[in-house]
Ligand binder design. Structure first.
Ligand code: MLT
Length: 304
């Protein structure tokens, strides 16, 4: 009997990949052989001696103490690419949100009171504050050319944007093998200085923490937009707020809640919705359930 503990809601589509016979699956379980987890932080949780595998139903593994698990011989699986389309779609939405002041316009519209004639007058007076700009011809810099970055790059090209790419850990040539339609930036500084939008698709590591800081922001084009649908910490948010206040940056859209950022009029914060589609949740759960099953039953490692 294999005992599987689920932390967070793991899609039923994934749980259905595990046979009914020979498996016990529950959120409260003693001596689990494997844990399936989405965003729950595992750093502070005790690690059961029985644990052989962890399946993270998502791409990032920063909620899991991977090194400590590996030292104990516990296999850690994730689901690279399984939610890439969902994240790409939200990044595109984020670009449009920023370029067209959609969140600010929507908030303004909600404050309007009176009859339709009064609202019409207020709209005529107020809408000049929300004049945006169009995407064709603008340059998107994509930092991180894994599954998500490549999809974002190609989608932006389809919208008529120029795309330049940089990845701190793989060469742009290998991204081309993934069919990314991007021009290689010479360095991160090269990308930063040439982009109207910068979108981050790298994990948060010691190498990527504050990769965008006050100095780099000064090198950006005036009116640039930051899109962080990866992890809080990649951008130095204090520096970003200073640059937004000074008008150096036009907008900042991020997919994580933040006390510092949430009230800023030029920032849109989202509650980590990038991977929150039915399809992505199913894809991720199926991918990690299959990996955990293969490992528990046959010792096969298909990704870890
Ligand atoms: C990811 O790393 O892919 C996301 O954090 C997934 C999620 O939102 O659960």
């Amino acid at each position: 009997m294999f005992k599987i503990q689920t932390l967070n809601n793991i899609s039923v589509a994934g749980l259905n990949r595990l046979p009914r016979e020979g498996y016990e699956i529950a959120s409260e379980i003693t001596h689990p052989d494997a844990i399936l987890v989405r965003s729950a932080k595992m750093h502070e949780r005790p690690v059961p001696d029985s644990l052989k595998a962890v399946g993270r139903a998502g791409a990032g593994v920063n909620n899991i103490p991977v090194e400590a698990m590996t030292d104990r011989g516990i296999a850690v699986f994730n689901a690279p690419g399984a939610n890439a389309n969902a994240v790409k779609e939200l990044v595109l939405a984020g670009m449009l949100l920023a370029a067209r002041n959609i969140a600010q316009g929507w908030q303004f519209a909600r404050t309007l009171e009176g009859d339709d004639a009064a609202i019409g007058k207020a709209v005529e007076a107020g809408k000049k504050d929300f004049v945006g700009f169009e995407l064709p011809g603008r340059t998107l810099g994509v930092i991180g050319l894994g599954a998500i970055g490549v999809l974002v790059a190609n989608a932006a090209r389809a919208l008529g944007m120029k795309v330049i790419g940089y990845d701190p850990s793989i060469t742009v040539r290998s991204a081309w093998k993934l069919e990314a339609d991007v021009e290689a930036a010479l360095s991160i500084d090269d990308l930063v200085s040439r982009s109207d939008f910068i979108s981050f698709h790298v994990p948060l590591t010691d190498k990527t923490r504050h990769m965008i800081n006050a100095e780099r922001i000064q090198e950006m084009r005036d009116g640039a937009v930051l899109l962080n649908f990866s992890r809080n910490g990649i951008i130095d948010d204090d520096a970003a707020v200073t640059a937004l206040d000074a008008g150096k940056l036009y907008a900042y859209v991020c997919d994580f809640p933040s006390n510092l950022l949430k009230a800023h009029p030029r920032v849109v914060t989202l509650p980590h919705l990038g991977a929150s589609t039915r399809e992505a949740e199913e894809n991720c759960a199926v991918m990690v359930a299959d990996q955990v099953r293969a490992y528990l039953e046959d010792g096969n490692v298909t990704n870890s």
